[in-house]
Ligand binder design. Structure first.
Ligand code: GRF
Length: 191
């Protein structure tokens, strides 16, 4: 991964579909002096709640019509090029990026997932972990590969599941850890 030169931060886009708590957290992180990235663009596949953070911090946002994946990705690639985006953070983005798209940003797209991968890829990770009486779950930041929730792991954190754990309480613990883990992953990549 390229090293930082001088004080120039890497132009980054965050892709979202939902609430956007990781987006909010990443923007706050990127505004710190130590951050190697600067968030210049937010992409959403619909009118996601999290877009309010783009407005709050005056970051350009784009909602992409995803009726046709290929056309949607073509549009996104054009915008990324225009904005000179060099790095992409997926944060609750619910669309699967094509192999072609990933190739264009090889090892430059990362994702956060609410489980201790490779366990529990996909959705409803906390509920499935609880139903299987797991002793721990976690969260993982990984490079985006062509298969869902696969790709080289950058950093991950185990989170204990207590006897009284519910899906809500576990989700809450995980999202709190995610907000520490995502910036830590970015620091790890660029330093
Ligand atoms: C997070 O749990 C993340 O791990 C998963 O989607 C959720 C997004 O949450 N990929 P938020 O929209 O960042 O609040």
């Amino acid at each position: 991964m390229e090293k930082l030169t001088g004080h120039k931060k890497i132009k980054t886009a965050v892709f979202i579909s939902g609430r956007g708590s990781n987006l909010d957290n990443l923007i706050k992180f990127s505004n710190t002096k130590k951050s190697p990235i600067i968030i210049d663009l937010v992409i959403a596949d619909k009118k996601a709640l999290g877009l309010k953070y783009a407005a709050k911090y005056k970051i350009k946002k784009k909602i992409i019509n995803y009726k046709n994946n290929r056309i949607a990705e073509k549009k996104i690639l054009l915008i990324l090029e225009k904005k000179k985006i060099k790095f992409i953070c997926l944060a609750g983005f619910m669309k699967v990026l094509s192999a072609n798209f990933i190739k264009r940003f090889k090892e430059k797209i990362i994702n956060i997932h609410p489980s201790y991968l490779p366990k529990y890829k996909g959705l409803n990770t906390s509920l499935r972990a609880l139903n299987n009486n797991e002793k721990f779950s976690g969260c993982t930041v990984h490079y985006v590969g062509t298969k869902i929730d696969s790709g080289k792991i950058i950093i991950q954190k185990k989170i204990n599941i207590t006897k009284k754990e519910t899906e809500t309480s576990l989700d809450k613990k995980i999202i709190q850890e995610e907000h520490k883990l995502y910036p830590a992953a970015i620091m790890k990549i660029f330093n």
